[in-house]
Ligand binder design. Sequence first.
Ligand SMILES: [Zn+2]
Length: 151
Amino acid sequence: MARSNRSSEEKRREKEQRRAEAQRQAYAFMQGRNGTDELSTVTMWVALAVAIIDFFAHTGVLALVALALMAWSVYRSFSRNIAARARERQTFLNVTRMPRQAIKLARLSAQNREKRYFLCKQCGTILSVPRGKGKIRVTCPNCRTKVVKKS
Ligand SMILES: [Zn+2]
């Protein structure tokens, strides 16, 4: 009994060690590589969406597009040229800033009915005023732009 307990304990420890080793190897492999970022994640989702469309539409071309997008996403994650990947990521974030802010704004508005949310015209920061207080003067905490907003 004691012996079988010990061997199951040994097995457990061995399994743990194998897992730790696999984790260490994965970490060593990703060392000095870009890893996943917002752009590679979105690329993967778009690829998946395109693949699903092709699944129903049978275009064939879209399947290739999906494959190419997946390959690009994986390539970016494993790339060692981190500076170039960071530039791509920044371009992506800049280009998608307004739609991302609009989505955030819509989500905040839906969550909190007591406030009116809007974007600073100068810098795009999300600002808010309590609803139903008439005209309120707001100073953007980010760029100090003043705006009079009807609440
Ligand atoms: Zn601002």
